[in-house]
Design a protein around this ligand. Structure first.
Ligand code: HPA
Length: 232
């Protein structure tokens, strides 16, 4: 059975899916990390491929920008394709001085300004968190690779072009960085008893005027992909 957004047949997608917002980054992962990649989706250009990594089956797929988009793709993967774990690799803006472009952030938890979690009608505030097993292995890999990384809370915001300074309040609560998807990914995983982890690369800063060269970004992106593939 395919879905309105994914033309894959059951069995076309591996139990582990590594996802990126940009479908072309998924294509990059297929070309640089997968052995024998086969494309399973092209609907809306949301490219998805399955192959093997060191002989183990794994899929890669884009999830688009923002909570509604990642929520659709991840829900379908968990519910209709029986995917066990989704590892998102993405970019984030850092909220603190002392963090650098290219640093990795392993998202232990994710706050959000989105309404997405209200659908669960919980009598309080839910804290979307990463799967601890995936998280601790990702941290081990960052250490082994000798790269700069942080572990902690992120903000999954609905707003990229902010017209206010509200991010400072999240920063004051220790939130490390802002992106736009993890809270929904973590909630979707929790709601069906599956696993999820987000590994981010800092691509910009809200506190300092910082930017990196294209090469530095490419290297940093490859680092987070290496960490993600080490979890397969
Ligand atoms: N805001 C939201 N998402 C992002 C950002 C940002 O500044 N940088 C990279 N992803």
């Amino acid at each position: 059975m395919s879905t309105p957004h994914n033309s894959a047949n059951p069995g076309d997608i591996a139990k582990t899916v590594i996802m990126s917002g940009d479908p072309l980054r998924a294509k990059f992962m297929a070309e640089h990390f997968l052995e024998n990649p086969k494309q399973f989706n092209g609907v809306r250009n949301m490219l998805g491929y399955t192959g093997t990594y060191h002989g183990k089956p794994v899929s890669v797929m884009g999830h688009g920008m923002g909570i509604p988009s990642v929520a659709i793709y991840s829900y379908e993967l968990y519910h209709f394709y029986d995917v066990e774990q989704i590892i998102r690799v993405g970019t984030a803006g850092c909220l603190h001085k002392g963090m650098d472009i290219g640093d990795l952030v392993v998202a232990q938890g994710s706050c959000t300004d989105s309404n997405y979690l209200q659908q669960y009608h919980l009598p309080g505030t839910y804290a979307p968190i990463a799967d601890y097993g995936l998280l601790s292995r990702a941290v081990d890999e960052c250490r082994a690779m000798g790269i700069r990384y942080d572990v902690g809370n992120v903000l999954s915001s609905d707003i990229f072009y902010v017209e206010n300074q509200d991010w400072r309040k999240w920063a004051a609560m220790g939130v490390l960085a802002v992106e736009m998807e993890s809270a929904a990914l973590y909630a979707n995983a929790a709601a069906c008893g599956r696993k999820a982890l987000t590994i981010l690369t800092i691509s910009d800063s809200l506190v300092e005027a910082k930017s990196a060269s294209a090469e530095e970004r490419q290297l940093a992106f490859t680092n987070m992909m290496k960490v993600a593939f080490s979890l397969v």
